[in-house]
Design a protein around this ligand. Structure first.
Ligand SMILES: C[S@@+](CC[C@H](N)C(=O)[O-])C[C@H]1O[C@@H](n2cnc3c(N)ncnc32)[C@H](O)[C@@H]1O
Length: 311
């Protein structure tokens, strides 16, 4: 069993049992169109899979983990304590993109990260792509609350975290994740790629950015692009089309989507989940969450039953 390498908002570790209880007893390939930290995928370690995310930095990260785990670990070992002074040997050591003086090593790495890659001029060379992945993990493990958050212009803007002994190398997790990803195709497209990728008999688990419970709730923290009501409707249409084609579908979302999935003919149940990452302490409690599936109860693997492949 592997574990997520990155901390990611909306991580699904607390919901694993509830999700597995709805999985079919057997299926062919596994697909995860909103990958994020990949909590379900890494726990499951499917033999054949596709995963996908629109965040290019995330997609590059998993490709580097899969293809160059040793080089990535070696590079990560070269990073220094986040509170140390900036390294004069590295570029972008004096100011952030917004012109603030950089006085600590952490802010220097954040500035380097933000000066580097954007979709328009994404680096081509292996060395740059490796550096990109190493910076993402370093910042993820040393920033405040392990949050990934971008400004509207795509800059990563999370401040330094206070950890007694931060471990940004994560060698064991990288090795285990590399093995789990070995036979996996990583896509960087809209979630609807799965209409092409999934065949009858496959299983798709959708974990989209949740639809806000109230109009004021801010769920735009995953990437600068956001995921709006029209995307939620496209998602329901894609899930329904997969259902028509004989693909097993399991989906989590916020409670406000209950009626829509119910009316579309899915089995829907409410689950309470504690958000793993929420910078607002008062919102750390239970949230209203649903799990929808087209897998009929008699075809499910069930809560206590291990999958046949486990034997
Ligand atoms: C709720 S998170 C997934 C969390 C993940 N299950 C975990 O355990 O960490 C949603 C992910 O969807 C991605 N995303 C947003 N819009 C998307 C789209 N149109 N197609 C595919 N992925 C998208 C975001 O970048 C984010 O990583």
């Amino acid at each position: 069993m592997a574990q997520p390498v990155l901390k990611w908002a909306g991580g699904k570790r607390q919901l694993l049992d509830a999700l597995y209880a709805r999985f079919p007893e057997s299926y062919d390939r596994y697909h995860e169109p909103f990958f994020g930290g990949g909590a379900v995928f890494f726990d499951l370690e499917p033999a054949a899979a596709t995963v996908n995310d629109t965040n290019l930095r995330l997609v590059n990260f998993y490709e580097q983990v899969r293809d160059r785990p040793e080089a990535l670990i070696d590079r990560l070992r070269e990073f220094r304590d986040p509170e140390a002074d900036p390294d004069p040997g590295l570029a972008f050591d004096s100011e952030t993109r917004r012109g603030t003086a950089v006085e600590q090593y952490y802010y220097q790495q954040r500035a380097r990260f933000n000066e580097r890659a954007y979709a328009a001029d994404w680096p081509e060379g292996d060395k740059d792509l490796l550096e990109e992945a190493a910076l993402l993990l370093y910042l993820n493990r040393t920033c405040y609350n392990g949050l990934y958050r971008e400004n509207s212009d795509g800059g990563f803007n999370v401040p330094i975290g206070r950890y007694a002994d931060p471990d940004w190398v994560q060698a064991e997790r990288i090795h285990a994740a590399a093995r789990a990803l070995e036979e996996t195709t990583v896509h960087d497209e809209d979630f609807s790629y799965v209409l092409e990728a999934a065949d009858p008999g496959d299983l798709v688990y959708f974990d989209p950015p949740y639809e806000p419970m109230s109009p004021t709730a801010d769920f735009a923290e995953y990437s600068a692009a956001g995921f709006d009501r029209a995307d939620q409707e496209r998602l329901l249409a894609v899930a329904s089309e997969l259902d028509d084609r004989g693909v097993a579908v399991v989906l989590s979302n916020s409670g406000v989507t209950y009626d829509r999935y119910d009316e579309a003919g899915f089995f829907v149940e409410r689950e309470g989940a504690t958000r793993a990452i929420n910078s607002d302490a008062s919102a750390r409690g239970e949230v209203d969450e649903i799990v929808a599936t087209n897998v009929a109860p008699e075809r499910r693997r069930g809560p206590d039953q291990a999958a046949l492949d486990d034997y």
